[in-house]
Ligand binder design. Structure first.
Ligand SMILES: [Zn+2]
Length: 292
């Protein structure tokens, strides 16, 4: 018996294996159709915490707290248990009350990446700085930045939904183009005035490919002080940062930035940096602690 037993076992294992292998290709698609449907998994709702909320060991306040999930975090839905859901946070599985969560929107706010830091110029905190103190080489001729263009297009599309028509009327400008522009302004306005609103060649943000002058439906306000009072300018001031832009030359900051108020001149930083600068209520020079 002692000798037979493993031998019989071996045969049984072999038979099961052969049967199993034979059945497997038939069963697999069948399984996909019934239980393990990937579609159902992807459709499971995501939730967002609406307050700092305890993740507990069980579905009730009598259960101990594992950790606290901060407000505004996205958490997955695992299963429901009364007025609690089972979820996971930082690798820990537990329960949170429905009271402190809401269903996450289908599309989380899009994020727009910061531009590459490999282009020539001065970088502070990873941000390319071009102002009256920091210039670009005359040979730097990148054209419009693709990420920034994508963000402008997304912003224009979003604005359109709110009945706001935006037009990028001046974007990338080469060194040579800027030289012609600046010289014309000097000829018509004098050097002192020209320097308040026009950059010298090599010192224009437009040469980075990251600056966009935006106007509204009425072109008579384009690049004019009157643009500030338009609904388009107000929309931009409120929403540009969501798409990675800042209003580069704010009102009353001429001494800091070197330029008078330009509610139309937007500079692309990527949404992460743009949100931080916006939140700080500072100019880019103040935010980076540099001279303009
Ligand atoms: Zn501009």
């Amino acid at each position: 018996m002692k000798m037979k037993h493993p031998w019989i076992k071996g045969i049984i294992v072999s038979v099961v294996l052969v049967l199993g292998l034979g059945i497997f290709p038939v069963q697999l698609p069948f399984l996909h159709m019934t239980h393990a449907t990937p579609v159902a998994k992807a459709a499971a709702p995501k939730y967002v915490t609406t307050a700092n909320v305890h993740l507990r060991k069980g579905p009730g306040t009598k259960y101990s707290v594992i950790l606290t999930i901060p407000k505004g975090k996205r958490i997955p839905y695992l299963k429901k248990n009364g007025s609690w859901i089972q979820t996971k946070y930082k690798g820990k599985t537990g329960y949170v009350s429905f009271q402190y969560i809401k269903k996450a929107g289908k599309s989380s706010p899009a994020s727009y990446a910061a531009p590459s830091t490999k282009t020539p110029g001065t970088y502070v905190k990873g941000i390319l700085v071009v102002n009256k103190k920091h210039r670009l080489p005359s040979s730097y001729n990148p054209g419009e930045n693709k990420q920034a263009r994508k963000a402008v297009n997304a912003m224009t599309a979003k604005a359109k939904k709110a009945n706001i028509r935006l037009t990028a009327f001046s974007t990338f400008r080469s060194y040579d183009r800027q030289r012609v522009l600046y010289n014309n302004y000097v000829a018509s306005h004098g050097k002192k005035q020209a320097d308040r609103f026009s950059a010298r060649p090599g010192y224009s943000e437009h040469q980075t490919g990251l600056a966009f002058d935006i106007g509204g439906a009425n072109s008579k306000h384009w690049a004019e002080d009157s643009f500030a009072n338009t609904k388009e300018a107000k929309w931009l001031a409120k929403h540009a940062h969501e798409f990675g832009f800042i209003i580069r030359y704010p009102k009353g900051k001429e001494k800091v930035t070197g330029y008078q108020y330009e509610p139309w001149h937007l500079r692309y930083l990527g949404s992460k940096n743009a949100k931080k600068v916006k939140k700080s209520s500072k100019t880019l020079e103040e935010y980076l602690n540099i001279k303009g």
